[in-house]
Design a protein around this ligand. Structure first.
Ligand code: GLA
Length: 651
């Protein structure tokens, strides 16, 4: 139910807040949804602007009460003049009104005299003393009043000096009206449904990605504790957040241009502390990537304006970076289980070619790594260094999106085969940012996805689904949730069918409202933490489990399926062939050479002698050396992804 928050109700809120010693404006008119509470709202009709201050000593803004006849909520407004920088403007001290761990919503009306993007932003200082700024929402004013629509935020215990403020793309005067800060309805995750990690405990880990900001609400923490036994830090371990530019520059100035400085940021700590305190294993994400890696990392003197460094220097930087990351984590979080790392992310394009060289900032397809190396030859080095410095037992992955597209699949198979031969790679990360669309037009189709699963598992490597989310059409509400549920269900059936080669399925997020694709509702839980049809679809038919209490003791998940020991070939014991000749490669003797032949042969090589009959064995001898072994399986796989067109070619 919706009701309009009129003066009388505002007075009640004022009384409630007054009893907490908190200021609240009693003269405002705001619309509240059921369960929301007004924390502070003002239409400035009383001329009181005392809740707002300028943003520190160097901010020149002058904040005063003013009037504007066109204002949306009475003529009284807050006037902001004398701004000398775009970030100058009025701020409100959030900690005076709000509590950590709670979700709030904020909105405001603004007017600028000419074209200006007006933004509601948030600032806070993390536990390290580093300030962070993020834009919550914005609207363009061209001399008219516009609303920066309601946007949610929350903060956690270890964030201090939390402010919400208004800024704009210019230094123009700003008019502000109808400021509304309210507590969002408090939701609890459902505790009478099974935890996903328990449902899938016999198969693989179930995980989620989370950023420090997303982790702030208590309810999100409870949701994670109930459902996930693997966490990926959404941004906090990426190079842009781990690299310390000043430290790097000091190294270069001291004559060590190949030495990198890294440090753990407060936001990473927020998540890692949570993982440590709750015994949740972590997927490291990501070491070597063209994106979210500063351009200066590839340049002389670690300055954006510098020349590109040479290959030798970049290799030194790569090693130093990987070593540094592993060291800072080992030093501070030796008790966190970093069980997997994405070593290289998104190096291949859909057509199987490498990226163009250049600055990611200028061209989203460009890679600084390719610029320096000329091609993707940096990849084996990354794995070599990761193997050298990663903790004992940590599995190393190549991670990518559109991993089901033919060209990319072919490139990944080729790369992974070479890395596997050197014992450098343990698995493939299938990001799996999928689109259900309206159902029948899903991209990829579940069958196309299965082909990719077949292909990567046939490599004899582990596979992890690392960033799973599956969107429905933009702003379509729950209209396609049943189709989404069906898609997720089919997908999870396929993943379970490959469970022996899959050690984790990780969703990219928690609830739809905080997803990076939030307008397309791609996850299993609604913004109010209730489970969507997709959740029910993926637990349907699986073993009954006793639900765990959210936030309570988490149930220790039984041993998950071990990833295959990827440093071994599938078999040590070559098998003598029978002298029957059929269609080479057609292991299952169905007349075609497909990935199914590889799967059957791998089963056979792993000891299931009933998997391939005599004729199939004769067909399997594709390298013609008279024994059936992993080389034959690999050649057939290469044939299937069109890396070779004929078995007489050297695989
Ligand atoms: C890619 C990256 C992730 C994340 C998502 C978008 O898939 O691997 O780290 O940035 O995009 O959120």
């Amino acid at each position: 139910m919706k009701h309009t928050f009129r003066r009388t109700v505002a007075v009640l809120a004022a009384m409630a807040c007054a009893s907490l010693g908190l200021p609240v404006a009693a003269n405002a008119e705001f619309t509240l949804q059921d369960g929301e509470t007004l924390i502070y709202g003002t239409d400035f009709e009383d001329g009181d602007v005392s809740a707002f201050s300028k943003r520190g000593d160097t901010d020149t803004s002058v904040i005063s009460a003013g009037t504007d006849e066109t204002a949306p909520d009475g003529a009284g407004v807050m006037l902001v003049t004398d701004r000398s920088s775009s970030w100058n403007g009025p701020q409100i001290a959030v900690e005076d009104y709000c509590d950590p761990g709670v979700k709030y919503a904020v909105s405001v009306w603004v007017k600028a005299p000419w074209y200006n993007t007006c933004t509601l932003s948030m600032q806070y200082t993390d536990a390290e003393g580093t300030d962070h700024y993020s834009n919550l929402g914005s609207a363009v004013s061209q001399g008219d009043w516009v609303q920066i629509p309601e946007v949610q935020f929350s903060y956690s215990e270890d964030m201090k000096n939390v402010y919400i403020y208004v800024e704009s793309s210019d230094t123009t005067d700003l008019y502000v009206d109808s400021f509304c800060l309210k507590a969002a309805k408090v939701y609890e995750p459902e505790d009478d449904i099974p935890g996903l990690k328990d449902v899938y405990a016999d198969y693989f880990k179930i995980g989620g990605a989370v950023t420090a900001a997303e982790l702030a609400p208590n309810a999100t923490k409870q949701l994670i504790l109930k459902h996930y036994n693997s966490i990926t830090l959404g941004n906090e371990l990426k190079p842009e957040n781990m690299l310390d530019q000043a430290g790097c520059q000091a190294n270069a100035a001291a004559g060590n241009p190949g030495e990198v400085a890294v440090s753990l940021n407060g936001q990473a700590r927020t998540i890692l502390n949570f993982c440590r305190d709750n015994d949740i294993p972590v997927r490291g994400h990501v070491l070597v990537w063209h994106s979210q890696t500063p351009g200066w990392f590839f340049k002389d003197d670690y300055t954006k304006e510098g020349e590109w460094v040479d290959k030798e220097t970049m290799l030194a930087r790569m090693e130093s970076y990987i070593k540094g990351v592993m060291e800072v984590l080992a030093e501070e979080y030796s008790d966190v289980d970093f069980y997997a790392w994405d070593v290289v992310n998104e190096a291949w394009l859909d057509d199987g070619s490498y990226r163009t060289g250049g600055m990611y900032d200028d061209n989203a397809n460009a890679s600084g790594w390719v610029q320096v190396f000329g091609d993707n030859s940096f990849i084996p080095y990354a794995f070599e260094y990761a193997r050298k410095y990663a903790p004992e037992g940590c599995k190393l992955y190549y991670n990518d999106y559109n991993e089901y597209s033919d060209g990319k699949m072919k490139a990944i198979v080729q790369m992974a085969t070479e890395l596997k031969e050197k014992g450098l790679i343990d698995g493939i990360g299938m990001q799996s940012h999928l689109d259900v669309r309206t159902g029948p037009d899903a991209y990829p189709s579940v069958n196309a996805y299965i082909k990719a699963l077949d292909t990567y598992t046939a490599l004899g490597l582990d596979v992890q689904i690392t960033e799973l989310d599956a969107t429905v059409p933009e702003n379509s509400g729950d209209q396609y949730f049943e189709q989404q549920a069906q898609y997720y269900s089919d997908l999870m059936d396929a993943i379970v069918a490959h469970k022996d080669s899959i050690s984790a399925v990780v969703f990219w997020g928690t609830t739809d409202d905080t997803s990076w694709r939030s307008t397309k509702s791609p996850l299993l839980f609604n913004g109010d933490y209730t489970a969507k049809p997709a959740y029910y679809a993926i637990i349907d038919g699986l073993a009954e489990v006793v639900p765990t209490e959210p936030g309570g003791e988490t149930t220790e998940a039984p041993e998950t399926t071990e990833a295959p020991d990827t440093t071994d070939e599938p078999t040590d014991e070559p098998t003598e062939t029978t002298p029957l000749a059929g269609k080479l490669g057609d292991t299952n003797v169905d007349g075609d050479i497909t990935i199914l032949d590889v799967i059957q042969l791998n089963k056979y090589l792993l000891g299931d002698t009933s998997a391939v009959g005599d004729e199939g064995l004769a067909n399997a001898n594709v390298d013609g050396n008279g024994t059936i072994d992993a080389t034959d399986s690999l050649w057939i796989l290469k044939y299937c992804v069109q890396l070779i067109s004929d078995f007489s070619e050297q695989g």
